[in-house]
Design a protein around this ligand. Sequence first.
Ligand SMILES: [Zn+2]
Length: 93
Amino acid sequence: MVSRDEFIDEVDFIAAEISVNPKEIHIRKMKKKIASCSSKGRLTFDPSVLEMDRKERYTVIVHELLHLRYPKHTKMFDALVESYTEKVFHTKE
Ligand SMILES: [Zn+2]
Protein backbone atom coordinates (compact mmCIF):
# COMPACT_ATOMS: atom_id res chain seq x y z
CA MET A 1 0.00 0.00 0.00
CA VAL A 2 1.33 3.44 -0.90
CA SER A 3 0.00 6.82 0.15
CA ARG A 4 -1.51 9.23 -2.37
CA ASP A 5 1.63 11.38 -2.21
CA GLU A 6 3.90 8.39 -2.79
CA PHE A 7 1.73 7.35 -5.70
CA ILE A 8 1.87 10.80 -7.31
CA ASP A 9 5.67 10.72 -6.90
CA GLU A 10 5.74 7.36 -8.68
CA VAL A 11 3.64 8.73 -11.55
CA ASP A 12 5.96 11.76 -11.85
CA PHE A 13 9.03 9.53 -11.81
CA ILE A 14 7.65 7.17 -14.44
CA ALA A 15 6.41 10.07 -16.60
CA ALA A 16 9.97 11.44 -16.63
CA GLU A 17 11.35 8.01 -17.60
CA ILE A 18 8.91 7.80 -20.50
CA SER A 19 9.34 11.49 -21.38
CA VAL A 20 5.67 12.36 -21.25
CA ASN A 21 4.02 15.18 -19.39
CA PRO A 22 0.59 14.52 -17.86
CA LYS A 23 -1.35 17.76 -17.36
CA GLU A 24 -3.23 16.58 -14.30
CA ILE A 25 -3.11 13.50 -12.09
CA HIS A 26 -6.20 12.62 -10.09
CA ILE A 27 -7.05 9.85 -7.67
CA ARG A 28 -10.75 9.29 -7.29
CA LYS A 29 -13.26 6.48 -7.17
CA MET A 30 -14.06 5.19 -10.65
CA LYS A 31 -17.07 3.09 -11.57
CA LYS A 32 -15.96 0.83 -14.41
CA LYS A 33 -12.22 1.10 -14.73
CA ILE A 34 -9.19 1.43 -12.51
CA ALA A 35 -7.58 4.17 -14.57
CA SER A 36 -8.14 6.46 -17.53
CA CYS A 37 -6.39 8.98 -19.70
CA SER A 38 -8.33 11.82 -21.30
CA SER A 39 -7.48 13.26 -24.69
CA LYS A 40 -6.46 16.44 -22.87
CA GLY A 41 -3.79 14.65 -20.86
CA ARG A 42 -5.61 14.22 -17.59
CA LEU A 43 -4.91 10.92 -15.82
CA THR A 44 -7.33 9.49 -13.30
CA PHE A 45 -6.66 6.50 -11.05
CA ASP A 46 -9.04 4.62 -8.79
CA PRO A 47 -7.85 4.50 -5.14
CA SER A 48 -7.62 0.69 -5.46
CA VAL A 49 -4.35 1.14 -7.36
CA LEU A 50 -2.76 2.31 -4.10
CA GLU A 51 -3.25 -1.22 -2.76
CA MET A 52 -1.72 -3.06 -5.70
CA ASP A 53 1.73 -4.55 -5.48
CA ARG A 54 4.45 -2.45 -7.05
CA LYS A 55 4.74 -4.33 -10.34
CA GLU A 56 1.00 -4.30 -10.93
CA ARG A 57 0.76 -0.61 -10.01
CA TYR A 58 3.63 0.34 -12.30
CA THR A 59 1.97 -1.55 -15.15
CA VAL A 60 -1.20 0.52 -14.68
CA ILE A 61 0.77 3.79 -14.46
CA VAL A 62 2.91 3.00 -17.52
CA HIS A 63 -0.20 1.98 -19.47
CA GLU A 64 -1.98 5.29 -18.82
CA LEU A 65 1.13 7.43 -19.35
CA LEU A 66 1.84 5.74 -22.69
CA HIS A 67 -1.67 6.69 -23.82
CA LEU A 68 -0.45 10.28 -23.81
CA ARG A 69 1.64 9.26 -26.79
CA TYR A 70 -0.28 6.29 -28.22
CA PRO A 71 -4.06 6.45 -27.75
CA LYS A 72 -4.81 2.99 -29.13
CA HIS A 73 -4.27 -0.52 -27.79
CA THR A 74 -2.08 -2.19 -30.35
CA LYS A 75 0.42 -5.04 -30.12
CA MET A 76 3.17 -2.43 -30.09
CA PHE A 77 1.42 -0.60 -27.26
CA ASP A 78 1.30 -3.77 -25.16
CA ALA A 79 4.97 -4.46 -25.88
CA LEU A 80 5.92 -0.93 -24.83
CA VAL A 81 3.91 -1.20 -21.60
CA GLU A 82 5.79 -4.38 -20.79
CA SER A 83 9.26 -3.06 -21.58
CA TYR A 84 8.82 0.30 -19.81
CA THR A 85 7.33 -1.44 -16.77
CA GLU A 86 10.39 -3.70 -16.58
CA LYS A 87 12.68 -0.71 -17.00
CA VAL A 88 11.15 1.48 -14.27
CA PHE A 89 10.65 -1.49 -11.97
CA HIS A 90 14.38 -2.12 -11.99
CA THR A 91 15.37 1.56 -11.97
CA LYS A 92 13.41 2.52 -8.88
CA GLU A 93 13.92 0.32 -5.85
ZN1 LIG B 1 -5.64 1.66 -22.18
